[in-house]
Design a protein around this ligand. Structure first.
Ligand code: ATP
Length: 137
């Protein structure tokens, strides 16, 4: 058993993180789970939220949504539909996405047929981005 983990976060278009870390927390679709060295192997679908990883005493955050996460042999691979570091997030765009989703969900529009699952997923992504960009002090 290694005393650290190898973390890779990739999207269909880019490698976002490739680091040796002490601990990782991942938003699985059934909830957040933590991974330390020696963790049992498993594969899960990824939810929407934040990947949090620690290197020594420093914590780092990524907004992620959709995809898969695999833990095996002290390696954590996150294959995300989208992943952004705090400094990559456009706060205004996330705010607009949040307002759009809220209007669809709560606005009571009679003209538009609302796809609530889609609007809720968009709201979750916007909230995760808002949380992650707020980490960037
Ligand atoms: P929007 O409605 O603003 O496009 P979305 O949630 O539908 O938001 P996604 O489909 O999750 O967007 O992502 C599409 C691409 O845009 C991905 O590459 C993602 O990283 C990027 N992206 C989405 N929102 C932001 C943001 N606020 N800041 C930076 N990149 C973003």
């Amino acid at each position: 058993m290694a005393d650290r983990l190898r973390l890779e976060v990739v999207t269909p278009t880019r490698l976002v993180v490739a680091e040796t870390v002490d601990e990782v927390v991942v938003p699985g679709s059934d909830g957040y789970f933590g991974v330390l060295p020696g963790h049992a192997a498993f594969l899960t679908t990824l939810g929407t939220g934040e990947v949090i990883y620690r290197i020594d005493r420093d914590e780092f955050y990524l907004a992620v949504s959709g995809g898969f996460a695999e833990v095996r042999n002290d390696k954590v691979i996150v294959l995300a539909d989208a992943a952004e570091r705090p400094e990559e997030i456009d706060r205004g765009r996330a705010a607009r996405a949040k307002e759009r989703a809220e209007r669809r969900i709560f606005g009571g529009s009679s003209e538009e047929a609302i796809d609530y699952a889609r609007a809720t997923a968009a709201l979750d992504r916007a909230l995760a981005r808002h949380q992650t960009v707020s980490r960037n002090r």
